[in-house]
Write a protein that binds this ligand. Sequence first.
Ligand code: NI
Length: 219
Amino acid sequence: MLYESFRSMGVERALKRHASGNIFYSHPGRGKGEKMARLKIARLGNPILRQKAAPVDLNDLKNPENEIRALVQDMVETMHHEGGVGLAAPQVARSLQVAVLEYEENERYPGHGTVPLTVLINPVITRYSEEKQLGWESCLSLSDFRGRVERSLSVTVEAWDLEGNKRVIDAEGFLAVVLQHEIDHLNGLVFIDRMDDLTQLAYEEEFETYWMGEEAVEA
Ligand code: NI
């Protein structure tokens, strides 16, 4: 597509990877020869998307054989396969507070930066900026739709990584949107819940026909 920008492509479908894509995840906690699995995406209407996900017991992370590692591997594999930039565990029908995200610089629209593969366990947004941004979002769980959503321009997120280390992430712009979108999933929310104006909800094809040009001007 000519108009692929992070803003217009939406949150979870921004990256279409080359076959040689940047997949650098190692496979701790899973024996040699065991394959990662692609998981089925839970779509809107599946009640699991509307539940508050259960927190992960951080003590479990200390066990190298813990099931969270295998889940994360499968989520990363699924995110890559689906061309997403983020995926939350409820979207693969696991009601746990786990999310993964990763995206690369897009050469057509530089400036969004690159985020290496990031695993968020029990993430909490501890700061929302008052300044807002408007952007079109999509979601693997509502894959036919785009909607224009207002989000905080910047946020601070506290989370734990797979080793059980606490991380504090200060993010703005696109990354801040991805974080807000994915953490919403862990609280039973999807992007349409954040829309004030449902006239700006569109099917993918109509989005491309009627809205994309306007967005390109803003970009
Ligand atoms: Ni989503």
